[in-house]
Design a protein around this ligand. Structure first.
Ligand code: C2E
Ligand code: CA
Ligand code: CA
Length: 692
């Protein structure tokens, strides 16, 4: 298709001549007056490649016409050749001053005209190409480089004006594309561009930063008003059908104009990134603390690996106490970063960052190893053995080799897995499918004790506790604070602890600071306490001092049965009477892990596979003389010598079975009241524990 050229000339003859020269190569449009030319332009502006203009015309002269089109953003891009009287330098200068691109003197010389026209059209097309990359093809907004330039110009031209830069993006835009298709996605982006331009009005500048991200400069007061009006509304207020999409905005109110525009935009981006993934927040304002936080995070990240290698991460121990006798019953290992330059750093600052950047798995493994080394030393020194809880991050669980890593460590340092309690924060259990269930099962099978940390801090679901078998429930510090501050009849503390006991979990309360909290926890049956009331986290040497004290105070054999998980203590009921087994199970299941067998064979297999402290309650009336056989088996095998057996005899059959019962550790009549059986079992269990 031929390019169009517009000739604006009142003289008909001249028009005809020019038309004659050009029409071989171009499609020529003619206008007799300036006004007529403007009309033509308004209809065809996009297709007109060049204007040939006579300056001397009645009504509207050429210069006036030039002024009008140079004021119009779109028309001003069309090159204009002015036709001047031959040799009139004044005309030529005036033409150029009014924005003409070039001039040709009259009378016309066809070759000169054709040449100038062709080269100007080419020049303009090249410029248009350059221009096109200033704009985003999809939305027509500026691209970011051009945006930076425009913003700089705007700020320079209005030194007193107050402005802000806002960065916005769509969360889950990819999802939108996936669900509705790319075309709908594009349409949405175009609509956003329109809304955004309307929002900022004449004074603002908008840009598509890339993908679903936009930037705009706006007058501060205008932006603040918009913030009030829109930013806490959902995205669907703007666009129909976009309910699943959330739009986030971050604004930098320009306070420091010396900062390069790119950095201003970075600040707005920093603000918006600070609320990423937070469903209840759609707007954030930049302040310097955000930048400082980022800088600090960068410094931390750059020195973490070195610090680990140089041993600047130190394990502290915070003791846990048995609430019933105030005896120390273990500790939690808590990491500290003692940096040569920055000094002591709290895990509250660096752990969340390490969880984000993945370094946590390395650090955790280091902490676990340190703890194993310490426990090994304590064993060698003959200190009382108390379990140590270590923290296990969500990332550790989902990495996949947690079980292996822990098992290798306990083997390397020759310690029983039950000395390691694993505190997994409750949020990690929020998915009760997949890795967490299998990992926890495997860990418990290997005799590690698994705790749910931070219970009550937010993700709590009682349902979850029934789906996944654990050993210890650790109540969150804030939960304890809130609940102990309420009147007893309004607190759910009692219910939570009863429920935990019902499913064989022991309960640790964390962050206990005051005597009245201890009293309250005691009254509702809590088992252990960790908190400043008893002791703060301390270096290992100090903790060793406490262990030594324990050694001096108690003789090591009097073990605290409730010290570990309840089902570290198992009760095997060997009885032919299912009803009786059920009765005993009910009486003891909150205290011990209950195993049942109804004959010799299954009893032996249970005993062989049982890893925990075991007491057997054995019916003397098992068919086939199985009771006698079992007693014999136990007494003959050194591995089983120390397993206590409580013989049970049915009512009215006492005398006959007494001789056999005499070979066991104790006996009862099945008609005995439960408290009596409980006392006996407790005593035997203690005996079993001390023999183990
Ligand atoms: P957490 O596991 O809930 O640990 C308990 C935190 O409560 C510890 O803070 C402890 O010092 C503090 N605390 C204990 N009793 C009291 C009390 O009575 N009052 C007050 N105000 N605070 C008390 P810490 O040591 O600053 O640790 C903070 C968090 O950092 C821990 O919370 C844990 O989530 C994480 N963390 C610490 N060490 C490690 C680690 O080795 N690995 C992992 N993954 N996380 C760790
Ligand atoms: Ca913990
Ligand atoms: Ca906790």
């Amino acid at each position: 298709m031929k390019k169009q050229i517009l000739i604006v000339e009142d003289n008909e003859l001249n028009r005809a001549m020019l038309s004659e020269i050009l029409s071989d190569e171009y499609q020529v449009l003619e206008a007799e007056t300036g006004q007529e030319a403007l009309d033509v332009l308004h209809c065809h502006s996009r297709r007109i490649a060049l204007i040939l203009l006579d300056v001397v015309m009645p009504v509207m002269d050429g210069y006036t016409f030039l002024n009008i089109i140079k004021d119009d953003e779109e028309l001003s891009l069309i090159p204009v050749i002015v036709m001047t009287q031959s040799g009139s330098e004044a005309d030529e200068v005036a033409a150029l001053a009014h924005g003409a691109t070039d001039f040709v003197p009259k009378p016309y010389r066809p070759q000169v005209i054709l040449h100038r026209v062709a080269s100007l059209i080419k020049l303009r097309e090249n410029a248009a190409m350059v221009n096109q990359i200033k704009f985003d093809r999809l939305t027509g907004l500026y691209n970011k480089e051009f945006f930076y330039k425009k913003v700089r110009e705007k700020l320079d031209s209005d030194p007193e004006g107050e402005y802000s830069i806002t960065f916005s993006n769509i969360e889950n835009f990819k999802l939108y594309n996936d669900i509705f298709g790319v075309e709908s996605g594009d349409k949405l982006l175009r609509e956003i561009a329109v809304v955004m331009q309307k929002l900022v009005g004449e004074d603002g500048i908008c840009c598509r930063y890339g993908a679903d991200r936009f930037l705009y400069l706006d007058k501060l007061e205008n932006e603040r008003a918009a913030r009030q009006k829109y930013f806490n509304k959902s995205f669907s207020d703007f666009f129909e059908g976009a309910e699943n999409i959330s739009f986030k905005w971050g604004t930098y109110e320009i306070t420091d104009r010396s900062v390069p525009v790119e950095q201003m935009c970075d600040r707005a981006m920093l603000a918006v990134n600070s609320i990423k993934g937070q469903y209840d927040q759609s707007f954030a304002l930049y302040d310097d603390s955000l930048r400082e936080k980022l800088l600090r995070e960068k410094t931390i990240t750059s020195s973490m690996e070195n610090s680990l290698a140089e041993g600047h991460f130190i394990v502290y121990y915070q003791p846990k106490y048995n609430i019933n006798n105030n005896c120390m019953a273990g500790a939690e290992a808590l990491v500290r970063w003692i940096h040569p330059k920055w000094g002591f750093m709290s895990p509250g600052e660096f752990i969340p960052l390490f969880e984000k950047n993945g370094f946590i798995t390395q650090l955790d493994q280091y902490v676990w190893e340190q703890v194993c080394i310490h426990i090994h030393e304590w064993l060698e020194k003959g200190y009382p053995i108390m379990p140590v809880s270590v923290n296990v991050s969500r990332a550790d669980v989902y990495k996949g080799n947690l079980v292996d890593t822990l098992l290798k460590l306990t083997k390397k340092y020759d310690i029983d897995p039950s000395y390691l309690h694993l505190e997994i924060t409750e949020s990690a259990y929020s998915e009760t499918t997949g890795p967490i269930i299998t990992t926890v099962e495997e860990l418990r099978r290997l005799n590690f004790i698994v705790e749910m940390d931070d219970f009550g801090s937010g993700y709590s679901s009682l349902n979850m506790l029934s789906q996944i078998k654990l050993d210890v429930l650790k109540l969150d510090m804030q939960f304890i604070r809130n609940e102990t501050a309420k009147p007893e009849n309004q607190s759910i503390l009692n219910d939570v602890i009863s429920m935990a006991h019902r499913i064989s979990l022991s309960v640790v309360a964390e962050g206990v600071e005051f005597r009245d909290q201890v009293d309250r926890l005691l009254s509702v049956g809590c088992d252990y306490i960790q908190g400043y009331y008893f002791a703060k986290p301390m270096p290992v040497t100090e903790y060793e001092g406490l262990l030594k004290n324990c050694l001096a105070q108690t003789d090591n054999s009097s073990s605290d049965i409730s010290l570990s998980r309840n089902n570290k203590y198992s009760l095997l009921i060997v009885d032919e009477d299912a009803e009786y087994r059920e009765k005993v199970r009910k009486a003891f299941e909150s205290q011990y892990q209950i195993i049942e067998a109804s004959n010799l064979e299954s009893a032996i297999s249970c005993i062989r596979s049982c890893k925990s402290v075991l007491t057997v309650i054995l019916s003397m009336t098992l068919p086939d003389n199985d009771a006698a056989s079992l007693i014999k088996t136990l007494r003959q095998n050194p591995a089983f010598w120390n397993i206590p057996v409580l013989a049970s005899i049915p009512e009215g059959n006492c005398a006959a079975k007494l001789p056999m019962a005499m070979e066991t550790d104790d006996f009862i009549c099945k008609c005995h009241p439960l408290p009596d059986i409980k006392r006996r079992i407790q005593r035997l269990m203690e005996k079993a524990a001390s023999n183990k």
